[in-house]
Design a protein around this ligand. Structure first.
Ligand code: NAD
Length: 277
């Protein structure tokens, strides 16, 4: 698996498996399937209520913990520094793990600088290897880094062929924060899986529209974590490293950018005008 070196020197797989809206009752089975076909990076969150099932699948796989890259996300409104620390330790207790590879602030929660100090200290104490944010746009990102001693390793934001996030990608590159796409398949919206441009580009390589959509992001150095509960689609989504899009093909896919998000969330993203900076 190709990796991206984060700003702290730690390597993160460029492709992983996300479990948003994967029902807790099937999460363990889905994650075991994902692991069996080669996924080693797993993306969960407190909000998804399936952290424990992701972790139990990791243990049941019999593969050593240090071969995985496991992400979770804090979700707690306006916590104090102490509450944020305790909240992360709650994830570790639920997951019966000693450390997480990456912990994100799921979206601006209020008192983000307090949460960040807690994260920074949890890195020093060995509970977290890398720390980052999610759904942080220019204002909230700038507010956070202003007092930070550690620059976020990752910003996980809605990014796909219909919302290509070019200004955010440039800003994050300048800051040294890797962009991780959530919804890399646009959550199935806008007819992505039968889109004529993606289908035509895919036909030239014997690939599906989904594979072209993922390849388009990976080829720009963006981390992707597509979700599927079907094993054959998990396999298909991983099978994107044996072809490259030509510059003309990249340009054709670039024309699909609408310049705005499909989810209509978070409020921070809706207010942000890329032309202002
Ligand atoms: P996604 O873009 O990965 O799309 C998932 C949908 O596409 C599912 O309905 C699935 O059945 C379908 N699909 C997947 N592969 C397919 C294929 N090859 N062919 C046809 N259909 C296919 O959407 P997502 O799950 O929202 O995003 C991926 C991950 O990102 C999540 O699981 C989660 O881990 C993370 N996420 C984070 C946030 C955040 O706020 N940080 C928000 C949403 C998602």
């Amino acid at each position: 698996m190709e990796t991206i070196t984060l700003n702290n020197g730690i390597k993160m797989p460029v492709l992983g498996y996300g479990v948003y809206m994967v029902d807790p009752s099937v999460t363990e089975r889905c994650v075991l399937d994902a692991i069996s076909v080669g996924y080693r990076s797993l993306d969960t969150a407190q909000y998804y209520e399936n952290e424990a099932m992701v972790a139990s699948a990791v243990r049941k796989s019999g593969i050593p913990r240090d071969e995985f890259f496991i992400t979770s996300k804090l979700c707690l409104s306006r916590p104090t520094y102490e509450q944020a620390k305790e909240n992360v330790k709650g994830s570790l207790r639920r997951m019966k793990m000693d450390y997480l590879d990456l912990m994100l602030i799921h979206w601006p929660m209020g008192n983000d600088s307090g949460i960040w100090r807690a994260f920074e200290d949890l890195v020093k104490e060995g509970y977290l290897r890398s720390i980052g944010v999610s759904n942080f746009y220019p204002k909230t990102y700038a507010d956070l880094v202003k007092n930070a001693s550690v620059i976020p390793a990752v910003n996980q934001i809605e990014t796909h062929v219909f919302y290509q996030q070019r200004p955010m990608i440039q800003l994050m590159a300048e800051q040294g924060t890797a962009v991780e796409s959530w919804g890399p398949l646009a959550e199935g919206m806008n007819g992505i899986f039968s889109h004529p441009v993606l289908t035509e580009v895919g036909a030239a390589h014997g690939k599906t529209a989904a594979q072209v959509a993922l390849r388009f992001l990976i080829q720009q150095g963006i981390i992707v974590i597509p979700k599927s509960v079907h094993k054959e689609r998990m396999i298909q989504n991983m099978d994107v490293f044996d072809f490259s899009l030509t510059e003309n093909e990249m340009a054709a896919v670039r024309t699909l950018d609408t310049g705005h998000n499909l989810e209509g969330w978070p409020a921070d993203a809706l207010k942000y005008n890329p032309n202002e900076w």
